[in-house]
Design a protein around this ligand. Sequence first.
Ligand SMILES: [Zn+2]
Length: 293
Amino acid sequence: MKRGIALLLLFSAAGLAFYYSSRHNAQSSVGPEAILNVVADTEREISRVPLRLTRLSDQGEIRIGDAMARAYLNRNPAGADEDALAHYIATVGATVAGRARRKLPYRFHYIADPSLVNAFALPGGHVFIGEGLLRLMDTEDELASVLGHELEHIDNYHCAERVQLQARLRHVPLSGLVQLPAEIFMAGYSKDQELEADRDGTAVAVMAGYSPSGALHLFEKLGKLHRAYVLKAGNPDQELSQVAIEGIIGYFRSHPLPEEREQQVREMILENHWPERKERALRFRPKPFESAR
Ligand SMILES: [Zn+2]
């Protein structure tokens, strides 16, 4: 009986998703990102429905994630001449991933795209970070906090649950999901899941030897950008290109307010008596933009 109700709820939610996405399309020309946000919103609504019926095995999750990562990397090749930076990110990621509970083949990828002011995780262990987000950073501790946050979406089964929900929404068995676009995983998760990834991501970064102030400083910068470009109050510290501004606006559409995320980490520092640690400067960075002059 319970199963019947759960399925009914899921299917009506799927119907609503398609209704809203077509309506949304008719009203504006904001493109596929709006659809992704609707998908994420719908998932937020229906993720309360238990999905224990079709638990994805680790092997299945890795297989689906590997196929998606391959397809995404084919379309977004790693930047030329950025091998040292990509290797650096992979090294910091591996250090943090050593503290994750799930033992998965975690891999960290750099995407040389200044408009990608975001990072995201795919099922099974792939984490991607965009050039636009890296350009906001000054320290390795900030980088470790973001990589920790993303890998905790995998570690906490948020990515695996999204695969299960997508299978339901598309009426295909889990084994038929190899063609899921990576973009579906760029949309944020529920607020609870985002805050959970912040908590666990900060904890694994601290266990790996990083300072929790990395997360605080990044949230402060994101807060300034949010006030400047979304609330249109105050000036940002750094000038952003138009594509980066669009990227950052998209980021805030799918993430909790930076002030709330910062406050949560401040409370964790007090509760856990984490010692003050000096942040380390980034050892590699994206190359400076060519001067327009
Ligand atoms: Zn997240």
